[in-house]
Ligand binder design. Structure first.
Ligand code: PMP
Length: 362
């Protein structure tokens, strides 16, 4: 077995080692099946079981009730930027979007092709360094839905409590913090998330959708773009990402084995606190991008006094086995993505490394 580095990548991201080992062991042949998950039919009994267990485990982890569908779709979270407005905007054809980063802007761009978008709030003028306060939201009580991004992967900000939107359906892009903590799914009309950060490999997108919303989907929609198609066919209208669903299933079992989402949230908080403490105690050498009350537990973004020092830290960190710490170009600096599967000892090691770097270069 080759040594593994500490993978701080924003996504595709680190997966639990136990999951990788089990998948590796079974990749040649699933026990008792004689074929791998890559080779079996998505209509087979074996796959049915894998699929249904993945769904049931997600439902139990997130406390999803039976009035919601759990779908595994393709096209990434980015296709949901289009599917959400195409299905949910009619008949009023207007929706509220809260802009807290590049991904919410991309979602808004697609919604504008379908109807009228009211920007309920935007923190762009502050380089998306915080989450707007409830009283700042200019919500339209007659909107078809309100869309927000629960965790802003690029800027490192996160909603610690979902916006209050009254009776308007709440739609959430939870790509980068799904399964990192318990949420009250009943507050949401639809949640979508690409798998490749906290759930599994790229190529499968989880959609949790309140079933009554299906009435809105116009029959004129292209078959594959209509949520009804996927709901009526249990995500099997066409060939799904069977490998992706299999890995999501293994990750869900790993989460259950490790105490569920409350336990995960506790560790996520401990990990993020270690890094934020290091930033806060550096006397300005490390400067966090996100304002304190908006800090993400998943993506920790920070800068150094100069770009030269940032380049030096990234190069030295990479050489020392800390991979993927370069920040996104729109923020610059560094970003440490520490999703569920990222081990606490890796965060502790990075903190030691950062302190040492400051001592030598501060
Ligand atoms: N939303 C968020 C919050 C993301 O972080 C990303 C990807 N980094 C996306 C959407 C787009 O996801 P995908 O690549 O699966 O389309």
């Amino acid at each position: 077995m080759q040594n593994r580095v500490y993978n701080f990548s924003a996504g595709p991201a680190i997966l639990p080692e136990d999951v990788l080992k089990e998948a590796q062991e079974n990749l040649f042949a699933l026990p008792g099946v004689g074929m791998s998950i890559l080779e079996i039919s998505h209509r087979s009994k074996t796959f049915d079981k894998i699929h249904n267990e993945a769904k049931a485990d997600l439902k139990s982890l997130l406390g999803i009730s039976d009035n919601y569908d759990v779908l595994f779709l393709q096209g990434g979270a980015s296709l949901q930027f289009s599917m959400v407005p195409l299905n949910l905007m009619p008949p009023k054809n207007k929706a509220d979007y809260i802009l807290t980063g590049s991904w919410s802007k991309k979602a808004q761009k697609e919604a504008k092709r379908v109807g009228t978008v009211n920007v309920a709030a935007s923190t762009e003028s502050d380089v998306f360094n915080h989450i707007p306060k409830q009283e700042e939201l200019k919500l339209d009580p007659d909107a078809s839905y309100v869309h927000f991004t629960s965790n802003n992967t690029i800027y490192g900000t996160e909603w610690h409590k979902e916006p209050e939107v009254g009776n308007v359906p709440l739609v959430c892009d939870a790509s980068s913090d799904i399964l990192s903590r318990k949420i009250d799914v009943n507050k949401y009309a639809l949640i979508y998330a690409g798998a490749q950060k906290n759930m599994g490999p790229a190529g499968v997108t989880l959609v949790i959708l309140r079933k009554d919303l299906l009435e809105r989907s116009p029959d004129s929609l292209h078959t594959m773009l209509n949520y009804k198609t996927h709901s009526e066919n249990n995500s099997l209208y066409n060939t799904p990402s069977s490998f992706g669903i299999y890995i999501i299933g293994l990750v869900a079992k790993w989460l259950i084995k490790n105490g569920g989402l409350d336990a995960m949230h506790k560790v996520n908080k401990e990990k993020a606190d270690l890094l934020y403490k290091c930033i806060d105690e550096s006397k300005g050498f490390f400067k966090g991008h996100a304002l304190t009350d908006s800090r993400s537990l998943m993506n920790i973004t920070f800068r150094l006094p100069s770009e030269d020092l940032e380049k030096k830290l990234i190069a030295e960190a990479t050489a020392a086995g800390f991979d993927g710490v370069k920040g996104h170009r729109s923020v610059g600096g560094l970003r440490a993505s520490i999703y569920n599967a990222f081990p606490k000892k890796g965060v502790e090691a990075l903190v030691e490394f950062m302190k040492d770097f400051q001592k030598k270069n501060g």
